[in-house]
Design a binder for this molecule. Sequence first.
Ligand code: NAG
Length: 283
Amino acid sequence: MDAADQLASMGTFQVLKLPLGFIRVLEWLFAIFAFATCGGYSGQLRVSVDCMEKASSNLSIGIDFAYPFRLHQVSFEAPACEGIRRERVFLIGDYSSSAEFFVTIAVFAFLYSLMATIVYIFFQNKYRENNRGPLIDFIVTVVFSFMWLVSSSAWAKALSEVKIATDPDEVQLLIPACKLQTNKCGSVHGPRWSGLNTSVVFGFLNFVLWAGNIWFVFKETGWHKGTTKLAGGASEKQAGTFNQQPYNQGSFDQSGSYNTQGNMSQPSEYSQVGGPTSYSNQM
Ligand SMILES: *[C@@H]1O[C@H](CO)[C@@H](O)[C@H](O)[C@H]1NC(C)=O
């Protein structure tokens, strides 16, 4: 690869400085956080059963559970407080549909935003061809925004229920021996929730990112050009964000501010925004 090629490819990567490309990179990073924190979760709670006849007590019963939170399949052995007999106790609830839905959306969103980033960088021309790329990109972005909202909401609700179902104080109530006043049951510790709370936060952050990116993909479709043409006619230059020179100040502030030079009847905000321009105007 010679120097010229390197320069050319550096120019290509400037795509990532544009909002659309930059947000796509954030999208796949945040998607990884979302599915890794949820899909990789495993937690433990611990309860104690202190029987009247101390010999049969177990003061540290650990109960492990993990993604996808099929809690009705999670069981543990608790003393029956009758000699050495033990009883198998199952937790309650199945939250796998919400958890798996959330992780599935996150994985597909990750794959799509990663693929989109690659297309923006290496296949700009193909992307622009017949406006097909922006069109598909727009539809997929709208769908994923909606899916992020739905799956994050569903997962947030499921998580709040998982928290109750695995609360040591609630789990004690499932143990038959604890229903007798003579036996004392207690909670040793509950599960850690920071990872799963993070996954919900990243779920909603992803929704915000994708919903925000709808606007930037919409600009690429060129549909908005019809309306700006009526309004000003300065839209021709905005044809394609990706075809612009790398060091151009983006496609979004080309609203004609460079035409204001020497025109004293322009609103004063122009001279305030473009600091150096206003100096040249006064001279
Ligand atoms: C207490 O319960 C745990 C399971 O969480 C088990 O491994 C341990 O052997 C039990 N201890 C006694 C004294 O039965």
